[in-house]
Design a protein around this ligand. Sequence first.
Ligand SMILES: CC(=O)N[C@H]1[C@@H](OP(=O)(O)OP(=O)(O)OC[C@H]2O[C@@H](n3ccc(=O)[nH]c3=O)[C@H](O)[C@@H]2O)O[C@H](CO)[C@@H](O)[C@@H]1O[C@H](C)C(=O)N[C@@H](C)C(=O)N[C@H](CCC(=O)O)C(=O)O
Length: 504
Amino acid sequence: MLMNLLLRDILGREAFETTYRSIAMKEVTSIENDSRRVTPDTLFIAASGYIDDAHPYITDAYERGCRMFLVDETQQDIWQNRYIDAFFIGIPNIQRQLGKIASHFYDHPSMKLVVCGITGTSGKSTTAFVTYQALRKMGFHAGLIGTIEYRINDESFPAPNTTPDALMLQRFLAQMVEKKVEYVIMEVSSHALALGRLEGIDFDIMAFTNFSQDHLDFHKTMEEYFATKLSAIDLLNQSRKPKRIFIYNQDMNRAVEVLKHALSFPDIQLYSISLRDEKADYCATDIVLSSEGSSFRVKGIPFSIRMIGLTNVYNFTMAFAILAQWRLHLRAIAQSMSDITVKGRVEPVVGNGITAVIDYAHKPDALEKVLLTLRDTLREGGRLISVFGAGGDRDRTKRPIMGEISGKLADYTVLTSDNPRTEDPLAILAEIEEGIKRITKNYIIEPDREKAIFAALTMAKPGDIVLIAGKGHEDYQIIGKEKRHFSDREIVEKWFTQHGIPWK
Ligand SMILES: CC(=O)N[C@H]1[C@@H](OP(=O)(O)OP(=O)(O)OC[C@H]2O[C@@H](n3ccc(=O)[nH]c3=O)[C@H](O)[C@@H]2O)O[C@H](CO)[C@@H](O)[C@@H]1O[C@H](C)C(=O)N[C@@H](C)C(=O)N[C@H](CCC(=O)O)C(=O)O
C-alpha cells in the first residue's frame, strides 16, 4: 500500500505555518512506530499502544537513517538537542493521537467500511468470529480482528493482540478497503480502550456481551475495569458515522449501569438481547441444548447451531442482533449460522454419538464454566470426561484448584501436559493431583498429551462428552524451550479416522 503525504498535511497546517515551516513540504512515504521498519522518508511516531511513556527505540530509528520524528511535546527538546540533524516535532499526549494521525495518513479507512466493535469480558472472540463467518457465508466481503486470528476475506493473518496497536489497526483497515471489504468485525479489548489503540476509528456498531471480573493485574480495581469497558460507548459516540448503534446483553451483570451510560448519548440507537426477557429487542426462546448442538428461536426465526451450551446461545443471539441491523434477510442469517464452529472455543467434533470438545479454558473459572456448560447438555446416562493440564513456569496456585474443579464436575479426568515449558511435566501433574485426589479417585495421569486424548476418547461411549481443555486454537506445545507443532483438533481427528468413525 503506497501512501505519500506532505508532513504539513499529516499534522495540520497551523503548526506548520509557524514552528515547522522549514520541513512543512517534506514528503513522507510511510509512518512507523517500529524502528525496524523505517526508511529515510519515514515519519517515526514515538508512540505505541504498548509503551506508556517515551519510546525506547528512537535512537534505533535514527541510526537506521530516519530523520523525521513525532514525539511527545515533553520529550521534544531532549531529543532535538541529542540529534541536531533530525527534526523532532512535539505534540501533546502523543499516545492518544497516534490513531487519529494514522487514520488521517491512510485516508480514514474506517469511514469507508462498516465497522462493528465487540466488547465485554467473555464471548467477544466467538461473537466476532460467528458474525464475520455468517457474512462470508452470505457472500459479503468481510474482515475480522480478534484473538484467534485476523482475516481479510479468506486470507488469515496471525493475531499479535486481541486488538492491535493503533497504527497497525489503521494500516490493516486500509488494506481491507483495498481488498473491497464492506464489513469489519473487531474485538475491543479493555487494554486497547485504556491505551487509546482505538482512537480514530469511526464505529457503526458497538456490542457489549457481558461483564465479570478479569484483568485486575492491569486495571487494578473492578470499578476501573468497568469504567474502561463503558468507554467503548463514548468511542461509539465520537464516531462520525451518521447512524450509531449500541447493542447490549440485558441479562449481564451491571446491565442497568451500562444502559444508563448509553442513554446519556441521545444520538445512539439502543438494542438489547436477552435469553430471559421477551421484551428485549432480540430474545432467544424455545432453547434446547444437547451435546450435539443447540436450537432456539429469535424473533420467530428458528436457529439450529452446532455450537454447544447456553453461552453460545448468547453469542449467536448477539451476532444475529448485529447482522439484523444491516437489513440482511433474517432467515438467511439464521441459515448461514447453522454450520459455524469456532476454532478452540467449545469447538465440537462429533462422531458416532461421541462429542469431543476442544476449548481454550486454562484458568480455574474458565474450566469450571465450560464443564458446567457441558454438564447441562449431557443426555441421560452420558458421562463427561475431561483432559487438561497446566502451563509450566506460570501461576502454580491454580493447579490444585483446577484439579478439584475437574474432580467435582467431570465423571472422569485424564491429567496431562499443557505447555510444561522448563518445568518437569510430572511435577506439574502432581500439583494438579493434589486437588483432584481430595475429591475423587476417577482419574489417571498421562503426561503425553496425544496419548491422553486417545485414552479419553477410547473410554468414551455414545452420549459421552470429552472435553480437551487448555490449548484451544493453539497449534503448538512448548516442552523445555522447544516449541513443537501440536494441535488438539488434529489428534481428535486422527483418533476418529483410526477408528473408522466418520466425524463432523
Ligand atoms: C505487555 C504488552 O503489552 N506487550 C506487548 C508488547 O510486547 P513487548 O513489550 O515485548 O514489545 P516490544 O517488542 O518491546 O515492542 C514494543 C513497541 O516497540 C516497538 N519496537 C520494538 C522493537 C524494536 O526493535 N523497535 C521498535 O520500535 C514495537 O513496534 C512496539 O510498538 O508489544 C507487542 C507488539 O509489538 C504486543 O504484541 C505485546 O502484547 C502482548 C502479546 C500482550 O499480551 N499484551 C496484553 C497486555 C494485551 O494487550 N492484551 C489485550 C487483551 C487481551 C484479552 O482480550 O484478554 C489485547 O488486546 O491483546
